[in-house]
Design a binder for this molecule. Structure first.
Ligand SMILES: [Zn+2]
Length: 250
């Protein structure tokens, strides 16, 4: 039964993930309300519903547009599949609780921001302003952490990242600062420090792979948002377990 419900969560995640791709790609350039249909960015042909089935259409068409044969970005199916997995994981970790709703909302925000940051190197204010109140209200209802701890977390995150921005001169941007600060508020200072550590580890690991395989050069500006998001989801699902394990080592 649990597997069956997890699969339902997965399918919902696939479908919503497809929508989040659209949100993440259109909100930063202000075309979210203007464009109705999805179309191929190369030949401008509108896509039919058979071309819009999450992941399956991409695999079926071997990642290419049926009209012009131009390859579609692998980002779309990857984000759809990730949303599916993360929705299923939300259910498997939290069951049917308020935490599940909280988790689904955080996952949704992370997916949209990851798409925007990869596509435009931007963490849109509109997305943060949409999700921050929603997340804060739920946080108060679930109240895993006290309001004071949340404020200390946000303050610490802001101070730390602000310092890094000044010292690194362009390594991170204002978007990263706001994104980190929101997570400081959500998770409190202890888990925030874990989140920060994980994001730098993920960033360093992926960037070295990209450098070795020559996908990027040293001068390429790599967005940091995806690593913040990945670290936040690790903390969301496994944060307390990781922290307990770490503390037991001391
Ligand atoms: Zn095309």
């Amino acid at each position: 039964m649990q597997t069956f419900i997890a699969i339902i969560f997965f399918v919902y995640g696939l479908v919503l993930g497809s929508f989040y791709n659209v949100v993440g790609l259109r909100v930063p350039i202000g075309t979210f309300w203007k464009q109705k249909q999805s179309y191929c960015y190369t030949c401008k042909r509108s896509l039919s519903w058979t071309e819009l089935i999450p992941v399956i259409s991409y695999l079926n068409q071997k990642g290419k547009c049926k009209g012009c044969g131009e390859p579609f970005s692998a980002l779309y199916p990857i984000m759809e599949f990730s949303t599916g997995i993360l929705f299923a994981l939300s259910y498997l970790v939290f069951g049917f609780t308020l935490e599940t709703i909280f988790s689904l909302i955080v996952v949704s925000m992370v997916i949209i921001i990851t798409v925007s940051d990869i596509a435009y190197q931007k963490i849109p204010n509109k997305i943060l302003l949409f999700f921050a109140p929603l997340i804060s209200i739920l946080l108060i209802v679930i109240s895993n952490i006290t309001f004071l701890s949340a404020l200390i977390g946000a303050g610490l995150a802001f101070a730390l990242i602000f310092l890094i921005i000044i010292l690194s001169k362009g390594g991170m941007g204002m978007g990263d600062l706001k994104y980190f600060t929101l997570f400081g508020f959500i998770f409190g200072w202890k888990l925030f420090l874990l989140l920060f550590l994980l994001s730098t580890i993920y960033g360093a690991a992926v960037n070295s792979v990209l450098l070795i395989t020559k996908k990027v050069s040293r001068k390429t500006k790599v967005p940091f948002g995806p690593y913040i998001g990945a670290a936040a989801l690790t903390v969301l699902f496994f944060g307390n377990t990781l922290l307990d394990w770490y503390l037991s080592l001391l």
